[in-house]
Design a binder for this molecule. Structure first.
Ligand code: 6PG
Length: 228
């Protein structure tokens, strides 16, 4: 399913409504809500918006769909971005915040350790890179073909660094997976991923039983046949 919003602010508002709906459902069903946050720049507005909303903070557990191989106070840290935009400003118990220990010099060890902390995920947030990557599953990456591990460390040659990422078996086990994509620079890759032949990691995110939703702003959706 694809939903298109006028601009980045409206996109964040739509995503906030979806987040709240999923959280309400999960808490009603099982008393807690589990969400994997995406990194990068696109979700920041959403995180800031959620601060003022009726999120069941005490019953919400936060995970990350991927993390950079850096300490939590590093400018590139996905944890830091979410902490500053949202988690430091809301009454979420520290024990509900399950961050990747990106400071661990051994990225594979950090990935294995993280896998032990996981809970079944009600909502997984993902972004899309202009190269078709999602989480930290990049084109040509060794983790593309992972079938057993749920979290893995992967060397990203072009970034000259390791990333720690949820793998496709975990992403496709999500109850609901939401891609958030914004901006004209993403219009070409959005078209290729949603309408083109299978060649990009993001196209391999096909939840087995869960819901898959793409929320785009008009700029990111501009080249889709349904729009163009
Ligand atoms: C990361 C992300 C990554 C991101 C895309 C899009 O750690 O960088 O998880 O997958 O979602 O690169 O990033 P932007 O939102 O900044 O365009």
């Amino acid at each position: 399913m694809i939903e298109i919003f006028a601009n980045a602010q409206e996109l964040a508002r739509g995503a906030a409504e979806y987040f709240l709906a999923r959280s309400g459902e999960a808490v009603a069903q099982k008393g807690l809500f589990t969400v994997a946050l995406s990194g990068g720049s696109t979700p920041k507005i959403l995180y800031e918006l959620l601060v003022g909303r009726q999120v069941p903070w005490s019953k919400t557990h936060f995970f990350w769909s991927d993390e950079r191989h850096v300490p939590p106070d590093h400018p590139d840290s996905n944890y830091r971005m979410a902490y500053e935009a949202m988690l430091s400003r809301v009454p979420v118990p520290e024990s509900n915040v399950h961050r990747v220990h990106g400071e661990n010099p051994d990225a594979a060890e950090a990935a294995n350790e993280y896998e032990q902390t996981l809970l079944p995920l009600d909502l997984i947030l993902l972004g899309l890179g202009t190269d078709g990557h999602t989480a930290s599953i990049f084109p040509g990456s060794d983790v593309l073909h992972e079938t057993k591990r749920l979290v893995a460390a992967t060397w990203v040659e072009k970034l000259n660094t390791y990333r720690i990422t949820m793998t496709l078996p975990l992403l496709n086990a999500g109850a609901s997976v939401l891609f958030l994509v914004s901006g004209a620079e993403k219009a070409q890759i959005v078209k290729e991923v949603l309408e083109g032949p299978k060649q990009y990691p993001a196209q391999l995110v096909q939840p087995t039983h869960g819901q898959l939703l793409w929320m785009l702003d008009e700029d990111a959706a501009a080249k889709l046949s349904m729009v163009a």
